[in-house]
Design a protein around this ligand. Structure first.
Ligand code: IFM
Length: 487
């Protein structure tokens, strides 16, 4: 497969009209994920997940917190759905906790777990909000991990069984079901840098996990199709990156190609084209012989897709990992987007450094550059023109707390969202088929290895009382939805 994608493209901010109206039918949503918001981890038959185990191990989460209670969405979902309705949301993207539905990961289905999601879906539909359900947002049942987790091919088969159960139970009321959220994080942060559950640090394991996640997507998509109504849509969500070389030198450009392969094409190409990129296979032969790749896998992974979800936050700048650069910077991947504890190591970091970029930054230290989202969408559309796109996550963490008036005045978040919505509009003007936009997140929640120290929500959550307070960005988003656009 030819290498694609790493060159930047210009964006047309200059010629924008004063009011950017989005197409009729454009979906306005917000997103959350089960472990980050639900709590109730031992209720109604839910089994343990790898994130329950991981967060209870000392030193895994910067503030020592966990998702045992989180936002208590499990008990407060009706209040949350009512707030979504107040904001005028057209859709709510949530994820289903596999260990609530199949507590041991295989075999017996827990009806009480399914009933929770049935109640949530019904509440959404009563308010005219379309549910968008993701099957896997990282909370793998612990018994499956005990049997090897994503390093074990069987996990992909168990995922397909679970997908079929959910599809059969909810497919009549959930118009779109997403197989996986961000398999890059599950594979690379979970198995190489180890900052996410299950906390493994082994590059070969990460590549095995990546392939089995790809396989799970293909098997899961087929299982869903076998039970969904004809109108049911199957989607996938990837966290795609804009990867740029730090200089125009050939070795830096090659580093960008290499990282682009590992961040983007290792998922996009098998899922949308039925093959792994040749350069990615070649680049990584010192780590793996790819022996886990079996005949027929790529045809399975290349399952028909109705929608590709894109999660996007910030661009990445990389340089070749030369000894002189190593001397200038003491860490690799110094602004690693997901790692709270210093330099991250995953496949690719032996050949490329992540170079610090100029601000402005969010509280995650992620550079704010809306135009890069246009660049990404144009590139994905150019490489895969047949698949409609949906922004399934975009948003920013800032250090916001209610002021003396009890209100969170988060002008920086409004500016971030405004800029990125304008960037989505630019992509649409350039002919990219973008169907909608989900803010990450509906409310502040458990930000994985960062615990509760990072707030991404439109709605502020007081974690000691559970009290929700709309931030200024929530009312701003309500007005954007009502106007179907931004100024
Ligand atoms: O909170 C996460 C989410 O679970 C997956 N995408 C990125 C978000 C912000 O880090």
């Amino acid at each position: 497969m030819q290498q694609r994608g790493a060159e930047p493209r210009p964006t047309p901010e200059a010629g924008r009209p004063a009011r950017l109206r989005f197409p009729d039918g454009f979906v306005w949503g917000t997103a959350t994920a089960s472990y980050q918001v639900e709590g109730a981890v031992t209720e109604d038959g839910r089994g343990p997940s790898i994130w329950d185990t991981f967060t209870h191990e000392p030193g895994r989460v910067v503030d020592g917190t966990n998702g045992d209670i989180a936002c208590d969405h499990y008990h407060r979902f009706r209040e949350d759905v009512a707030t979504m309705a107040e904001l005028g949301l057209g859709s709510y993207r949530f994820s289903i906790a596999w260990p609530r539905v199949v507590p041991t990961g295989a075999g017996t289905v827990n009806q009480a777990g399914l009933d929770f999601y049935r109640r949530l879906v019904d509440a959404l539909l009563e308010h005219g909000i379309d549910p968008l359900a993701t099957l896997y947002h990282w909370d793998l049942p612990q018994p499956l991990q005990d049997a090897g987790g994503w390093m074990n091919r069987d996990t992909a088969l168990r995922f397909a069984e679970y997908a079929q159960v959910v599809g059969a139970a909810l497919g009549d009321r959930v118009p779109t079901i997403t197989t996986l959220n961000e398999p890059w994080c599950a594979a690379f942060l979970g198995h190489a840098s180890g900052v996410h559950a299950p906390g493994i640090t082994d590059n070969a394991a990460a590549l095995t996990a990546a392939h089995h996640l790809n396989l799970a997507h293909g098997l899961g998509a087929a299982a869903l199709r076998s039970v969904l109504p004809a109108t049911g849509q199957v989607s996938l969500t990837l966290n795609l990156s804009v990867v740029r070389p730090a200089t125009d030198r050939a070795d830096d450009r090659d580093a960008a190609r290499h990282v682009d392969g590992l961040a983007n094409r290792i998922f996009l190409d098998p899922m949308l084209c039925g093959q792994y990129p040749v350069d990615v296979l070649d680049d990584l032969r010192h780590i793996t012989d790819w022996g886990f790749l079996r005949d027929g896998d790529l045809a399975t992974i290349h399952a028909p897709l109705d929608l590709l979800g894109v999660n996007y936050y910030s661009p990445t700048l990389v340089a070749a990992a030369t000894p002189e650069l190593e001397q200038r910077t003491s860490t690799r991947w110094v602004n690693d987007p997901q790692g709270p504890d210093g330099p991250a190591r995953y496949p690719g970091t032996d050949r490329a450094f992540s170079v610090p970029q100029a601000g402005p930054y969010t509280a995650m230290n992620w550079r704010i550059e809306p135009g890069s989202l246009t660049e990404l969408l144009v590139r994905v559309h150019r490489d895969h023109p047949a698949v409609p796109l949906m922004i399934t996550e975009n948003g920013a963490a800032f250090l916001d707390e209610p002021g003396p008036d009890g209100v969170v005045h988060d002008a920086d978040r409004i500016e971030y969202l405004h800029g990125h919505l304008a960037a989505v509009h630019d992509a649409i003007v350039q002919g990219v088929d973008v169907r909608g936009y989900y803010v990450w997140s509906f409310m502040d929640n458990f930000e994985w290895a960062w615990g509760f120290s990072k707030r991404f929500g439109l709605v502020h959550v007081d974690y000691s009382t559970g009290k929700r307070t709309l931030k200024d960005s929530a009312t701003w988003y309500r007005d954007v939805i009502a106007a179907q656009g931004v100024d």
